[in-house]
Design a protein around this ligand. Structure first.
Ligand code: PMP
Length: 353
């Protein structure tokens, strides 16, 4: 050990899914969208005056905030944008989970939550999902320092009804409840209408999945004006210029094309439902996903083996060797052609096993 190492902030980082780039591969491991972003995004990129990059971008990301406020029929003071929803979530942890009491989130959920909690020294307690992977709302109705959960949840894909979200928001008036709606556009039910009733609620969204812009890094949240003000105070204490100019412009452009957005998400939903049928035929079981992925396990063949066999065929899915989930694979929904190839490879491998 070096002498100075005692004084280093130690972190156990989040492990992102791998980003292989091989011709012909099928990448179903990080819940990206298989279709391109809205055509207006590329058009705007071509029209952009790149000379403007010598200037700092608007620190308030006004063009994007306004586009989102208009889209969601909320005040611009209710919108906060960040560099992907990871940035928004990380700043929300730093801003709102500051009581010293443990925050609560599900035991099976987005594996970044415990990373931020540990980094910021926020105590946390995980609440076990029930045997059908559902949240038990009663677990979140005890003294705590805040609550966060995705809806639909990841990696299960399961949606909780608005009654569950409302029960949790209502039981936690003294703390912030964050609903991470990264996957809501694939048939979920948004908690946005509850914002009028609960000023302790924060809804977080991303452009990475349903808007096909994972590479641009755009996320946002909507909440009560006061809450957004606190979030901005922390953001402006860390980095004034989080969002670069192209992200602001291109993100705003994406919001304009509602028809394309709907067509893309509908295609994903249709492929997901088709794939569920195929996977069931092959003997897989899975929670009834409302996200752009399916969390599937097979009674006869270990998930780890399937994961490795698919890799050898250049098909990438996500596997975690962790308690409760080591028997499942999280398979992103791609195009119908990609899913057909996946099913074909699975069929061959399972028959052999
Ligand atoms: N929340 C959940 C539940 C996710 O699965 C992801 C994607 N890894 C994110 C947030 C973050 O996505 P992004 O930073 O690309 O917006």
């Amino acid at each position: 050990m070096m002498k100075w190492e005692d004084n280093v902030r130690r972190a156990v980082p989040y492990v992102a899914g791998e980003q292989p780039d091989r011709p012909g591969m099928i990448k179903l491991n990080t819940n990206e969208c298989p279709y391109p972003p809205a055509p207006g995004v590329a058009k705007m990129a071509r029209q952009m005056n790149w000379e403007q990059l010598r200037l700092y971008p608007d620190p308030d990301s006004g063009i994007l905030v306004n586009a989102l406020a208009e889209y969601h029929h909320v005040k611009r003071e209710q919108v906060f944008v960040g560099v992907g929803s990871d940035d928004v979530l990380s700043l929300a942890f730093l801003t709102f989970f500051n009581s010293g009491r443990p925050i609560l989130f599900p035991d099976v959920t987005y594996s970044f939550y415990d990373v931020w909690a540990r980094l910021y020294g926020i105590p946390y307690i995980t609440c076990a999902l029930d045997e059908n992977w559902h949240i038990c709302p009663g677990d979140y109705c005890r003294p705590n320092g805040g609550v966060i959960f995705p809806n639909p949840n990841a990696p299960t894909g399961l949606l909780e009804g608005l009654d569950v979200v409302e029960e949790i928001a209502a039981a936690n008036e003294g703390v912030i409840v964050i609903v991470d709606e990264a996957y809501v556009d694939f048939g979920g039910i948004s908690a946005l209408p509850l914002l009028n009733k609960y000023d302790n609620l924060l809804v977080v969204r991303t452009f990475s999945k349903s808007r096909s812009l994972a590479g641009l890094r755009v996320g946002y949240c909507i909440g009560n004006e006061r809450l957004i003000r606190y979030l901005n105070d922390v953001k402006f204490s860390v980095n004034s210029y989080t969002m670069n100019l192209p992200s602001q412009r291109l993100g705003a452009e994406s919001v304009k094309d509602e028809a394309y957005f709907r067509a893309t998400t509908e295609k994903i939903i249709a492929s997901r439902e088709r794939t569920k049928g195929e996977l069931a035929r092959l003997g897989f079981t899975f929670p009834d996903s409302r996200a752009n992925f399916i969390f599937a396990s097979h009674a006869g063949v270990p998930a780890k083996q399937i994961y490795q066999a698919l890799r050898e065929k250049d098909i990438y899915v996500r596997y975690w060797d962790k308690p409760r989930i080591s028997e499942s694979l999280r398979i992103t929904v791609g195009t119908d052609e990609q899913m057909d190839r996946l099913v074909k490879e699975l069929e061959t491998y399972i028959k052999k096993s």
